[in-house]
Design a protein around this ligand. Structure first.
Ligand code: FE2
Length: 299
């Protein structure tokens, strides 16, 4: 099939892919809500707010982007986490991470930190800059019940360790986690949700089809320009999340210029979620235990 023969306007229905398999349609488009968190950091909450409370196994997805220091300078002082993973991907700026076990790391543009909070950490995430652009994303990934009390683990990945794949003319993919065509991202050992996390850059007019495991829930978030996803006639604009339906491939096409987006997928856990602020467990009793352990200094 020639590119001009690609299915159009298939939103809400799966379509055959010219490369075989089934294209994932866009089943829903969600725009984030401006909010603030930490000590007053302004951000846009795309997953974890009223519009989209969660997308199993993803509990939260925030974009932070500002060149006004007042929007980010207060940072995220000491706070706990238990029962899930926080993933920070930086596009611009510098963020210092410190925890109560003596771990410290600097997140710079292009780097990713995959932090498995497991049974508990107390940490801070503070800007290491007083002006200029701070831009990136934080994703929360749930842990299966069996791993919720695992030992905390950090994967601090510097930009040079993230491979850039040229998957089609005018399409560059920075692969943070998961696999594309025999290549693997540097984030490893996330066995419960087997995540895929890719940062896509499409030049004007470019298009690509990317494999995404059929077992996974998936979304795309456009952070620059606009893109048509899944053969949809309607473009997904900057600041919009496209929730993807069933299928094993994702078609992305730049719309009206250059487009940049992240593509994220994970195996859903299908387990009960008991959630209170920075604690995400399976039952209310486990949440109470998390509070008790945190207050007793057992994190
Ligand atoms: Fe945190």
């Amino acid at each position: 099939m020639q590119p001009t023969d690609l299915p159009r306007g298939v939103t809400g229905a799966a379509a055959a892919s010219p490369a075989g398999g089934t294209l994932r349609p866009v089943v829903r488009t969600v725009r984030g809500t401006p909010t603030s968190d930490g000590a007053g950091v302004k951000l846009t909450r795309v997953i974890g707010g009223q519009a989209l409370p969660d997308l199993d196994p993803f509990l939260l997805f925030d974009e932070f982007r500002s060149d006004r220091a007042g929007d980010y300078i207060a940072g995220f002082p000491d706070h706990p986490h238990r029962g899930f993973e926080t993933v920070t991907y930086m596009l611009a700026g510098r963020m210092r991470h410190r925890d109560n076990q003596g771990n410290s790391g600097l997140l710079t543009a292009g780097s990713v930190q995959w932090m498995t909070a497991g049974r508990g950490i107390v940490h801070s995430e503070m800007p290491e800059q007083e002006d200029g652009l701070m831009w990136g994303f934080q994703l929360w990934v749930n842990l299966p019940a069996r791993d919720k009390l695992t030992a905390p683990r950090y994967q601090d990945i510097e930009p040079a360790r993230v491979p850039t794949l040229r998957v089609a003319p005018g399409v560059a993919v920075r692969l943070l986690a998961g696999e594309f065509g025999g290549q693997s991202g540097p984030v490893a050992g996330i066995t419960g949700t087997q995540p895929l996390y890719a940062d896509l850059q499409l030049e004007t007019g470019a298009r690509a089809e990317l494999p995404v495991p059929a077992t996974h829930n998936a979304f795309a978030y456009v952070y620059e320009g606009a893109a048509r996803i899944g053969g949809s006639a309607k473009a997904t604009a900057r600041g919009e999340l496209a929730q993807l339906g069933a299928g094993d491939r994702v078609l992305v096409e730049a719309d009206g210029g250059r487009a940049r987006l992240v593509l994220v997928a994970g195996r859903p856990l299908g387990e009960p979620v008991a959630r209170y602020g920075p604690f995400v467990m399976n039952t209310r009793e486990e949440i109470m235990q998390a509070f008790a352990d945190f207050q007793a200094g057992r994190f």
